[in-house]
Ligand binder design. Sequence first.
Ligand SMILES: Cc1cc2nc3c(=O)[nH]c(=O)nc-3n(C[C@H](O)[C@H](O)[C@H](O)COP(=O)(O)OP(=O)(O)OC[C@H]3O[C@@H](n4cnc5c(N)ncnc54)[C@H](O)[C@@H]3O)c2cc1C
Length: 553
Amino acid sequence: MPEQPELTIQGWGPAPATATEQDGDGLDGALTKAARRHLTRELGWTPRATPPVPVEEIRLAPSRLPEAAQDALVALLGADNVRTDRESRLRRAGGKSYLDLLRRREGDASDAPDAVVLPGTTEETAALLATCSELGVVVVPFGGGTSVVGGLAGVDPDDRPTIAVDLARMSSVQALDVPSSMVTVGPGMRGPALEQELGRQGLTFGHLPQSWEFATLGGYAATRSAGQASTGVGRFDDLVAGLTLATPSGVLELGHAPASAAGPDLLGLALGSEGTLGVITELKLRVRPKPSVCSYEGWSFRTWPAGLAALQNLARLDLLPDVVRLSDADETRANLLMAGGAGAKALRGSLRARGRGDGCMLVVGWEGVPDVVRARMRAASSLLRDGGAVRLGRRVGESWRSHRYSGPYTRDRLLDGGLMVETLETAATWTALPTVYDSVRRALRESLTRGGHQPLVMTHLSHGYPTGGSLYFTVIADRDDALPIQQWLTAKRAATDALLAAGGTLTHHHAVGADHRPWLEREVGPLGVEVLRAVKERLDPKGICNPGVLLPD
Ligand SMILES: Cc1cc2nc3c(=O)[nH]c(=O)nc-3n(C[C@H](O)[C@H](O)[C@H](O)COP(=O)(O)OP(=O)(O)OC[C@H]3O[C@@H](n4cnc5c(N)ncnc54)[C@H](O)[C@@H]3O)c2cc1C
């Protein structure tokens, strides 16, 4: 089993996230002077050190796992693979949403599992699920722990003991079928390790979400993730050729041939099942040759509607680049202020000189063989110019590419400095996108206005499709230190109601989890919920598989 770094308990990254106080306000230089000025002025925020409590002070209740149940699990998996120690339980407590981070930073680990178990094979996992079903022990599959929708909350209406099933022991490549461009992997494997193995054969998988360093392949399948290059390579669900799902009622092997007409697609039931039907124990994934050319560049539109119209036109003609990321004016300004340095200053100056203000930045990326990349770039560039865009060049594209995993590290520092920072996402048709954009921004601004100051709501469109795209909102506000959880819950409720009313989907790639499940019926209808419930009842009759997520109460 390859060693993979553990994710820190109270924030992001492999090292313990403790607030360092070099400049006295917890920010540790995470903001440029210009960005700091912008945030203090816009948000009415006073930078202040609000570090997390020391990890030793996080409150953890004693394990409720009965001794007989623990003995049964040890008999199945061996003592090393059944853990009830403090550190193992704390590391599997919840995910990495803003609410998760707030709780952990305040010293609350009430959502920690009673034990952590590590099965090594599909057979062991199936036996584990059957045993837990008999014993009435709730099972929460645990991949990388990067859920941002409360997917690991472990809430059980019957308050039964809960174990986290960590898939870390199943994290290697099991087979590589080069002629069929298919790799078989364990669900606990992470992207960097997979890319390293594939790279030796001149291959790549290419699924690159911002959580890439820590999230697992099983987690991507269970949540229907989308990576930054999904416009080109497809969503994670497009990349799954088959999988094995161990359930309390037996094992399902799904997806055999490259395509099939043998009835409805059961593979689709497992994708996005968020641990409610069982544990994904093996994945067959589509891979492709490593691109010989990767070309990233920046463009600028005068306005957000002009950018949307140009992307819609590219989508219609099947000319969307592999990576597409159009930032609105607020996100563009914030990114330029955050970038600092001579390059960003010069760029702002040049845009202003052309009378475009900061504009709306578009980052595009093309990958593949040189002739094809060149032809696609030429055709798309001509349409972007026709749509009013000016080319900013490769430096802008490469700068985005080299910083694309840094956001969550910066977020920890902003939380240390007294800010609220969270994201949410949706997708809508090209027709509905402008209304969804306006409605969600309005809802967030109205619900988070404090002391006459509105929050900063920054948006980008990424993940383009022929029929529409995904909108990703980042919200920054002065934190209400007295009621921080309530502050975000109010805003989240308002934004979710707004996006559904305007025609957006409940979630484009973060999944439903515990946080979105009250709205699932509005997305799939009452009959849709009943169908999902019926499937769960057949596969998991005792309701032990992650009961707190996906399906509404
Ligand atoms: C900073 C940050 C950036 C992010 N960026 C993106 C992004 O760009 N794109 C994106 O799509 N998502 C993103 N996410 C969300 C998150 O990374 C994804 O949802 C990811 O797919 C979760 O994978 P994981 O291995 O961490 O799963 P976990 O968080 O461990 O689990 C997520 C859910 O899946 C279930 N599960 C996990 N493994 C299995 C399994 N083997 N079998 C059955 N159920 C399982 C869990 O029970 C849980 O309900 C981001 C999250 C963070 C914190």
